[in-house]
Write a protein that binds this ligand. Structure first.
Ligand SMILES: Cc1ncc(C[n+]2csc(CCOP(=O)(O)OP(=O)(O)O)c2C)c(N)n1
Length: 348
């Protein structure tokens, strides 16, 4: 991610902050958080898990899961989402809803890592009678807040939760990941209208903007999704635009949205379907939607992932990694203010 993009994000944040208060104090217990290098290691490891479990199952949606895995990692392990895996129905927990439910392998990998269930269960993905279903089903596994897979519904469900928090006098927040193909669904825009009308500021949508849907690229299937940022702004949402694979940007955006009042927030996250791993790219303009890698391609993808292991050498003072170097601009100053020199969040 170029520094200029970080600068753009910094400017966006400044714009957002013009419209917000400093954020009300809320109960920040149970915000599990890891250091910055640990987050990178977690996203790397969960990416491996996604490839391994889908290849073993022979079905699933690895590329759709990989495009959002850095975002989910930041949410669950970067001190952003308030939850307690030992108490999945804790009334004050933040809610996370995967509206593009076919990315279930990514969600399952995260929930297992968070301690909601035994990671060994991941090996049963899509097997008959396994609760690790092809799409998330509420009640089948702890931590799943909504049954999704029929696209378009998750944002409305999230809005319902967000309004319920208001009615119940609770301060939890709701996060919903939607897809760009999913944005073809009218119900997404109905929820967008209603959330703005009710000034629902405890609702954050994250668009996994990987530019591909089931049958091809957005530019072919539904080019009029653009200008997507203008659309969400016109619908009354606060919008941030980030690189969805840049952990510092993801954390910063997630931190920023918490300060917004009287408006729902949209994070448009530019991502890569398959997280840039070459087996998902080759000979296939659709980044293999819903297709798993065969054993050979999976081995290639895992080897490419291994090449990304740079955080082992991460020392923010002595030997900055490319991430740390990028972090030398204003965005990183903000990041360090929020997360501390070691990258550990204040709530941790
Ligand atoms: C209502 C509905 N229509 C069609 C489908 C079939 N379908 C499954 S995934 C998909 C594409 C989704 O694209 P996108 O939201 O961009 O997800 P990603 O590319 O990130 O996987 C479609 C059309 C569905 N699951 N639900």
């Amino acid at each position: 991610m170029a520094e200029s993009n970080n600068r753009e994000l910094t400017e966006q944040i400044a714009n957002v902050l013009e419209h917000v208060s400093n954020g009300s104090a809320r109960n920040t217990t149970a915000l599990p958080s890891r250091t910055f290098p640990q987050l990178q290691e977690t996203a790397w490891r969960l990416s491996r898990t996604i490839i391994e479990m889908t290849t073993k199952a022979g079905s699933g949606h690895p590329s759709s899961s990989l495009s959002m895995i850095d975002i989910l990692t930041a949410l669950y392990f970067g001190g952003m989402l308030r939850y307690n895996a030992q108490e999945p129905h804790w009334p004050d927990r933040d809610r996370f809803i995967l509206s593009k439910g076919h990315g279930a392998p990514g969600l399952y990998a995260v929930l297992a890592e968070a301690g909601y269930f035994d990671p060994a269960l991941l090996n049963t993905l899509r097997q008959t009678d396994s609760p690790v279903e092809g799409h998330p089903i509420m009640g089948r596994l702890p931590g799943i807040e909504a049954s999704t897979g029929s696209l378009g519904q998750g944002l409305s469900i999230g809005l319902g939760h967000a309004l319920a928090a208001r009615v119940d006098g609770r301060d939890y927040r709701v996060y919903v990941v939607i897809g760009d193909g999913e944005s073809d669904e009218g119900q997404i825009w109905e929820a967008a209208l209603a959330a703005a009308k009710y000034q629902v500021d405890n609702l954050t949508a994250i668009l996994d903007y990987n530019q591909f849907q089931q049958t091809g690229s957005i530019t072919k299937v539904m080019p009029s999704l653009e200008p997507v940022i203008d659309k969400w702004q016109a619908f009354g949402w606060q919008v941030l635009e980030i690189d969805g694979h840049d952990m510092a940007q993801v954390l910063t955006a997630l931190r920023t949205v918490k300060t917004v009042t009287q408006q729902p927030q949209m994070i448009v996250a530019h991502t890569l379907k398959g997280r840039g791993l070459s087996p998902f790219e080759k000979n296939d303009v659709n980044r293999k939607h819903g297709e798993v890698l065969n054993a050979q391609d999976a081995a290639t993808a895992l080897a490419e992932l291994d090449e990304q292991r740079t955080w082992d050498r991460y020392d923010p003072v002595a030997e900055p990694t490319p991430q740390a170097e990028r972090a030398s601009n204003r965005l990183a100053e903000q990041f360090i203010t929020w997360h501390g020199e070691s990258g550990k969040t204040k709530e941790g």
